[in-house]
Ligand binder design. Structure first.
Ligand code: FUL
Length: 696
């Protein structure tokens, strides 16, 4: 079944375009306002990212640029499947990594040999951008392009010849595949790479190297309706929100100052008095990584997690760009498809009935007392009408009378952004036992703001704008009763092998299994920490006894317990945080300890090691290791290198890093930190773990 829009039935209320300022006495635009291209983009609301490249076949997040094009060989690639899944998920478009940092091109660019034309897939005759562009047309989706400015394959990266190459590629992509709605220029720029065989580190100044001004001019001349996303260098039409975790600030202004690089907090919250309209796009992946890794098949984000992302992006004046990693077959994995469709269904269910629609509306102030601006304009389901107050009135309220008590737990508001973003703060209250009870208090609104609060039954709701930059202009409001969704329990194992399972919902009961079976309410009830030994797979579910509703199942696989593990070579007892199984505790090497910095663990017994895992400090954005060596030893005296490399993209996505290598017997491991994200000597660790196989 094709879902017509992300919101299904609620879509009717949620779109806004058109020109209302044609009304006599309409408010004048205030401050920066969006361009037509930005409004068109904002109304897309929800669209897909697809990450696919040569490194899909080497199990890496970033390709080095030196991997053989022959590795690129999906056996069942089907762009129509990608488009179908995105359509069913309620998305309006797809942005494809036509070229990621590896430099490998998914289209047969005539300017490089490093592309599908030298891959076994379709005997070198394939063109994924073409196939996707056709599939998008068939499914009524828009197409966007990710073209990495950083190219780890190209010999001339770092000198001006690369800019000509980059623009030639842009010309190909922006002229041969129809309309492109968005172009994406990632902020990772320069570093180590293959670079035509030079295998070296190259740094560039991303604010000047790409001559963005002229590059933008070229883009806009080829695709006048495009929006440009650029993280760093030169501000584009859209901004990154400073995290890949799937949220933007609760305060979120669609404004920035007209400068290039901006500090993190500005990206996350926008700038109240910024002089340019630069709205935020929230990008995140449906799995921990951007690229496909089989070991993440059980780590696809659960419905409650995806709903949180949805409310923290789309519900906070952002658009949501959700990534599907394309797998080695060339398909969106079934688990990812299932999760995305569940999200679409849950959203459709949540917003099916807008209680505001039938309410009697009154407003404390109506612009010129004119019918054109009464409160009902915000509940008439029309996108081009609005409630507005007189100029100079920057605090006002609107009351909804439902006629009888109704139950609700969610409020939605939209500003008419064509006239600028105005509201600074607002509250939502309900008439309970004869007086107004505040349910929620929030800051900015923008294109759309959604607030959730504990369910209340009331016959009246009051929406109060407490502060605005200029007279408020409210296009839509909605009131909903959203079905509760239980969060999957969190599972951790401590150093002693004790498993703790925690549910975020206090009234729910947790059931678990230790044998790989899916838990149900017939499984063992969790009553307190469970002692385990050896490798174990834990699955857990939370069930609400009053409704019978259950959470998604969470699943963790633990390797050897850390019971006999010791950190060697430091007296600092706090170093134990690295092996305590708690992702929230961390340890950093003492100040003054230079890179390379060694962290040696004695595992207490000889094991057959096939890999390791590293989780950076989750609390501080510091001491995140990017380049490492993993040394192993049987006796703590003689060491050999089992692995070395980079933790790609760990700065933006500081999650578990999994590294595998050929089996080796060892009792000691040394994770040697070579570099970190800051280029200083801070080496930090939340957790280190190993991957073992039975002894040979
Ligand atoms: C990051 C890149 O480095 C990742 O690989 C990914 O493409 C993500 C969307 O942006 O910064």
């Amino acid at each position: 079944m094709i879902r017509k829009s992300f919101f299904g039935a609620a879509a009717f209320y949620f779109f806004l375009t058109g020109i209302c300022s044609a009304q006599p006495n309409a408010p004048k635009p205030f401050g920066p306002i969006p361009t037509e291209n930005q409004v068109r983009w904002q109304e897309m609301e929800y669209y897909a990212f697809l990450h696919f490249s040569i490194n899909t076949f080497t199990d890496q997040e970033w390709g080095s640029g030196g991997d053989d094009a022959k590795l690129f060989n999906p056996d069942s690639l089907d762009c129509r499947q990608w488009a179908r899944v995105c359509k069913e998920a309620g998305m309006k478009g797809i942005i494809l990594t036509a070229k990621h940092h590896s430099g490998f091109c998914l289209w047969p660019s005539k300017y490089t040999e490093y592309s599908v034309k030298n891959a076994p897939w379709k005997n070198g005759k394939g063109d994924i951008v073409r196939e996707l562009s056709n599939a998008c047309k068939e499914y009524g989706l828009k197409l966007g392009i990710y073209l990495s400015p950083w190219d780890r394959n190209y010999a001339d990266y770092g000198n001006p010849r690369y800019i000509t190459y980059f623009r030639n590629q842009l010309r190909e992509l922006l002229t041969q595949y129809g309309d492109i709605f968005e172009i994406w220029f990632d902020g990772a720029n320069g570093g180590s790479g293959y670079y035509g065989g030079a295998n070296e580190t190259r740094t560039i100044d991303r604010t000047t190297y790409y001559d963005w001004k002229n590059t933008y001019q070229l883009i806009r001349s080829l695709q006048p309706k495009i929006v440009i996303w650029n993280d760093g260098g030169e501000r584009g039409d859209l901004r990154w929100v400073g995290t890949e975790a799937g949220n933007v600030g609760e305060t979120n202004w669609s404004l920035l100052n007209d400068t290039g690089d901006v500090p993190w907090n500005m990206l996350h919250y926008g700038l109240e008095n910024g002089n340019a309209w630069v709205p935020g796009e929230v990008n995140t992946s449906i799995r921990p990584g951007w690229f496909y890794h089989q070991y993440e098949d059980t780590k696809v984000k659960t419905l409650p997690h995806l709903l949180d992302i949805y409310y923290s992006s789309f519900g906070r004046n952002g658009t949501l760009l959700l990534n599907f990693p394309i797998d080695r077959h060339g398909l969106i994995h079934a688990n990812d498809e299932k999760a995305a469709v569940q999200l679409a269904d849950a959203v459709k269910e949540a917003f099916a009935v807008n209680l505001a629609e039938k309410a009697k509306v009154s407003a404390s102030n109506i612009r010129g007392k004119a019918k054109a601006f009464v409160g009902d304009r915000a509940t008439d389901g029309k996108k081009d009408t609005y409630w507005a107050t007189d100029d100079g009135v920057t605090a006002a309220s609107m009351t909804l009378d439902f006629g009888k008590p109704v139950t609700f737990n969610c409020f939605m508001a939209q500003e008419y952004i064509r006239l600028g973003q105005r509201v600074r703060a607002f509250t939502v209250s309900a008439m309970v036992d004869g007086s107004w009870k505040e349910l929620a208090r929030a800051t900015t609104i923008g294109y759309r703001r959604i607030l959730r609060f504990p369910a209340v039954s009331a016959a009246q709701l009051k929406f109060t704008i407490t502060d605005a930059k200029a007279c408020p202009v409210i296009a839509n409001i909605g009131v909903f009763n959203v079905p509760p969704v239980l969060t999957a329990p969190a599972i951790i194992r401590n150093k002693e092998g004790k498993i703790t399972i925690a549910s975020a919902d206090s009234q729910s009961v947790v059931y678990y299994t230790l044998n790989g079976n899916v838990p149900t309410s017939q499984s063992t009830k969790y009553t307190g920490p469970v002692t385990t030994d050896g490798k174990v797979e834990v699955q857990a579910v939370a069930v609400d006894p009053s409704t019978g509703r259950s959470s998604p199942v969470s699943q963790e696989q633990f390797d050897m317990p850390h019971t006999s593990w010791k950190i060697v070579g430091t007296d600092d007892i706090k170093a134990a945080a690295v092996i305590d199984g708690d992702p929230h505790s961390a340890w950093h090497q003492p100040k003054g300890k230079n890179m390379p910095a060694d962290l040696i663990i004695d595992m207490g017994e000889k094991v057959n090691l096939t890999g390791f895992r590293y989780l950076p400090d989750q609390g501080r954005h510091a001491g995140i290791i990017t380049h490492y060596q993993l040394l192993v030893s049987q006796d703590g005296q003689e060491w050999k290198k089992a692995d070395e490399g980079e933790f790609s993209n760990i700065n933006n996505n500081p999650l578990w890093q999994v590294k595998k290598f050929p089996p080796v017997n060892a009792r000691y491991i040394n994770l040697r930190a070579i570099h970190n994200t800051e280029g200083n000597d801070d080496a930090g660790y939340a957790e280190i773990d190993v991957i073992t196989a039975p002894m040979q």
